[in-house]
Design a protein around this ligand. Structure first.
Ligand code: RAM
Length: 357
């Protein structure tokens, strides 16, 4: 596998240099399409042996959410690179137990690892525990379960920083006069959004936000239409609303669309977590000033390598263990079975055209 990683790194470097790759053209095309990371020699050098032919199944919150299309393409690129079998299944809605039947089917199919972004921290745990009892490794990415449901959680960014920074972004956009603000979240039970919102609420307790008032947290359930209607509802219920934080790519895109067609465009500030490709036009026409996100493709890529390392037996999920995540290099398991991707990027008019995901 070390040899394979070197070949992968060399192909990525070749495409970076703009030289047509020869040999395995399928792989190089996938590398380019996924906005996976730049090549490093470090990635090729470190880590243990990866078994070939591992069956790795991705189970996103929602199969039809563009964010997960990107993250899971990163996962597919990784699985292809370490010669595994990639599979992707999942529900189209974000209901708490909508993923349970998929977990059961993947268990029956004897996958080597399930990589899941959980819609609910607890509803999926019994099914995941059955999978684990059958020898399947479980990795959560993006949205965690209770710790007993998984071996590792691949966290996109430090939750505290993500929560606090979204408040900081909005406060800067609104200015010193402050005013009423609202949150437009995903589902009421989403582990990732709820963790970030907890830190937002804590950040708002600081004296510098004394003129800001969080009037409501609304839930669009990561459904475009419901998120759009919830935005409309917020503006009707709170005519003096000064800003909205939407820590979901589905919510922020729907809120931006609503604001764009309303009198509140540019007046009611909107920030949160979104993909540059979904929000580019809204930044260019002044509906949104700035927002943030990690690279979802890299998150899926890292999660796939973690799943592969667990299924190969090179790691068990214990704190301090290290594994090679392809072009992301060597990664370490932190406390509570967490592996961190890294800090997010803030996007605005100045840099949004530098990103394509
Ligand atoms: C949505 C999902 C996902 C979250 C992003 C920011 O796509 O809720 O879980 O991480 O937004």
């Amino acid at each position: 596998m070390i040899v394979r990683n070197k070949a992968f790194a060399a192909l990525a470097l070749t495409s970076l240099l703009g030289i047509a790759a020869c040999g395995d053209t399928k792989e190089s095309t996938e590398n380019e399409a996924a906005s996976t990371p730049a090549a490093t020699t470090e990635g090729a050098a470190a880590g243990g042996e990866m078994k070939e032919g591992l069956k790795i199944a991705f189970l996103p919150k929602q199969i039809n959410n563009p964010y997960f299309t990107i993250s899971d393409k990163g996962g597919e690129d990784a699985v292809t690179a370490f010669k595994g079998e990639f599979k992707r299944v999942g529900p189209s809605d974000t209901a708490a137990s909508s993923q349970v039947s998929y977990i059961n089917t993947l268990t029956t199919q004897k996958q080597d690892a399930i990589v899941i972004s959980a819609n609910d921290a607890n509803a999926v745990v019994p099914a995941l525990q059955k999978a684990k009892a059958a020898g399947i490794k479980v990795v959560t990415y993006d949205s965690d379960t209770a710790p007993e449901g998984r071996d590792l959680f691949i966290n996109q960014a430090a939750a505290e920083d993500l929560g606090r920074s979204q408040v900081q972004l909005l406060a800067k956009q609104i200015g010193q006069e402050g005013g009423e603000i609202a949150i437009l979240s995903a589902t009421p039970n989403a582990t990732n959004q709820n963790t970030w919102i907890g830190f937002m609420e804590d950040e708002l307790k600081k004296p510098e936000y004394s003129k800001f008032k969080l009037v409501k947290t609304a839930y669009g359930n990561d459904d475009d239409q419901k998120s759009f209607e919830e935005t409309q509802g917020l503006l009707q219920a709170y005519p003096d609303l000064k800003g909205i934080i939407s820590p979901t790519t589905v919510g922020i895109a729907a809120a931006a669309r609503y604001l764009q067609g309303s009198d509140s465009k540019g007046k009611v500030k909107l920030t949160g977590l979104g993909t540059p490709n979904q929000l580019r036009d809204f930044v260019k026409d002044g509906t949104i000033e700035g927002f943030e996100l990690w690279d979802p493709g890299k998150l899926g890529y890292l999660a796939a390598y973690a799943a592969g390392a667990l299924a190969s037996g090179t790691i068990t999920g214990a704190e301090g263990e290290k594994f090679t995540a392809g072009d992301l290099g060597e990664r370490e398991v932190g406390a509570k079975g967490e592996v961190l991707l890294g800090p997010p990027t803030v996007f605005d008019e100045a840099n949004i055209d530098d990103f394509d995901f």
